[in-house]
Design a protein around this ligand. Structure first.
Ligand code: NAD
Length: 473
């Protein structure tokens, strides 16, 4: 494992007494109306693009420091992801932001002379709270939506990824318009101070436990929230699946970012007839990915900190199941080996908890009926689901179980493209973003009607005294 980079900035929380001033500045700048000019937004997006390019080496170093994230994953899922997001928003912003004329069928022909349109208005000053697993992408992708929509924003990165939090603060505050975009660093006290302020929207990505805290606080001031919450995602593997492919793809879903991915499968509901073959294919895929063992791989990340290491290890300690692949842990390196555990009860720690790490359960089932019943009893509205079976089996799973998003015949591919909408459903999240949805997320769609003066001839029927005989006009 690489040594920690001592040249990265030390973590420093923002002083609590500064937080009301930061929030007030974001509200004040919004009231100047400068963020409403589309050209101003495009300039900010270009500045962000070049800031990310210029900070690239430090961002890669920060991701290595905080999560032991390989350069490959840092570039693919954080840095280039965000550059593509900026480009997409810059390219389409004029189109997204322009007024849309409302015609038939929304506006009946009788009212066609009234000139109805939808105006896209920025919501205002917004708060964006990020998690630790993609400390750049999951903080800055919503920011790109907020800038595109014309909002001002305060960002609160995860305090667990300390180097990323500090580098992002420097990057945003030195490169973007500081009166509109600032970063508050800190943990619970700082987040609570931010939540005590009035925002026009709160965008939160993180656990359902904290999501509830955010939603409750926002409800006090009727502040809209977008909540991107946690997983407990099922995968279905039937006896008609391509087992070798399913094993390789599901293992990918648990090794990428060391399984610290909200969308990765928590457990696999697998037809009991194919458990032995699937387990063998998992071992083959493991050997292909890690010829010298997972620990020696330069590609596999580490768990973010000791608390999360122990949380995941406890799931392995508590399970009554049998480890069929992996199982090694090393606290000194915060290393957890990609691990599959064959379990026989849905009360098992491996199914009850969200693993958010490189471990997952295999739960044998008698049939697809059985699998669907188990999945519904574990989590009715997971963030994602994956299904490997025949076309009709995959369709049946989609029909009979909902989820925020789903991928057929793969792990989390629906969440791997930066411009398609992404979000949860029910208690895995409210609202979605990415691509145009990011613009929409921070936009108020304001209906405008304009009644021409001459139309009064037609509209006179609406004035008192009413005359029922003219009702049909
Ligand atoms: P978390 O909820 O612990 O922390 C998220 C943010 O909330 C951090 O910025 C943190 O400082 C703040 N926070 C933590 N405790 C708080 C409290 N008591 N009061 C106020 N603020 C508080 O989440 P995490 O551990 O960073 O991330 C892991 C979780 O996030 C997992 O459940 C994962 O599934 C979920 N997640 C969801 C998505 C998604 O897009 N749906 C993406 C990534 C992670």
């Amino acid at each position: 494992m690489a040594a920690k980079d001592a040249t990265l900035p030390q973590f420093e929380a923002t002083a609590l007494d500064l937080i009301p001033k930061v929030a007030s500045a974001a509200r004040g700048t919004f009231r100047t109306h400068k963020t409403k000019k589309v050209q101003w937004r495009i300039v900010q997006l270009r500045k962000l693009y070049w800031a990310i390019e210029d900070f690239r080496p430090r961002l890669i170093a920060a991701l290595m420091h905080d999560l032991h994230k390989s350069e490959f994953e840092a570039v693919l899922t954080e840095i280039d992801w965000l550059l593509k997001d900026c480009m997409f928003m810059i390219k389409h912003l004029n189109d997204f932001a322009k007024d849309e004329k409302l015609g038939s069928p929304a506006v009946p022909i009788t009212y066609s002379m009234m000139n109805f349109r939808t105006r896209k208005e920025p919501l205002g000053a917004v708060l964006i709270i990020g998690p630790y697993n993609y400390p750049l992408q999951l903080l800055l992708a919503p920011l790109i939506g907020a800038i595109g929509a014309g909002c001002t924003a305060v960002l609160k990165p995860s305090e667990l990824t300390t180097a990323c939090a500090m580098v992002v603060k420097e990057m945003i505050e030195t490169r973007l318009d500081r009166s509109a975009f600032t970063v508050v660093n800190g943990a619970i006290p700082e987040t609570n101070a931010l939540l005590a302020e009035k925002w026009d929207k709160i965008f939160f990505t993180g656990s359902d436990v904290v999501g509830k805290i955010v939603a409750k606080k926002a409800a006090e001031t009727l502040t809209p929230v977008c909540l991107e919450l946690g997983g407990k995602n099922p995968a279905f593997v039937t006896k008609n699946a391509n087992l070798a492919l399913a094993a390789r793809r599901l293992l990918w879903g648990k090794t990428h970012n060391s399984g610290q991915v909200c969308m990765s499968q928590n457990y696999v509901l697998i037809d009991k007839q194919v458990v032995p073959a699937f387990t063998e294919f998992l071992k083959v895929a493991y050997k292909d990915m890690f010829p010298d063992g997972a620990k020696a791989s330069p590609d596999l990340g580490r768990i973010v900190n000791a608390r999360h290491f122990h949380r995941i290890k406890k799931m392995l300690d508590d399970t009554k199941g049998k480890v069929v692949m992996g199982g090694e842990v090393d606290e000194a390196e915060l290393y957890i080996e990609p691990t599959a555990v064959l379990v026989s009860s849905t009360d098992d720690s491996m199914i009850k908890e969200e693993s958010f790490g490189p471990i997952f359960a295999l739960y044998p089932v008698n049939s697809l009926d059985d699998a669907l019943n188990v999945a519904a009893s574990v989590h009715r509205t997971p963030l994602s689901l994956y299904t490997f079976g025949s076309k009709s089996e995959n369709e049946r799973v989609l029909n009979e179980m909902t989820s925020g998003g789903a991928t057929l015949n793969d792990s989390f591919f629906h969440g791997s493209v930066n411009t398609v909408p992404f979000g949860g459903v029910g208690d895995s999240g409210w609202g979605s973003y990415r691509g145009k949805a990011s613009f929409d997320c921070f936009t108020h769609f304001r209906t405008i009607a304009e009644t021409p003066s001459w139309a009064d001839k037609i509209l006179r029927v609406r004035y008192m005294p009413y005359d029922m005989s003219k009702m049909r006009l």
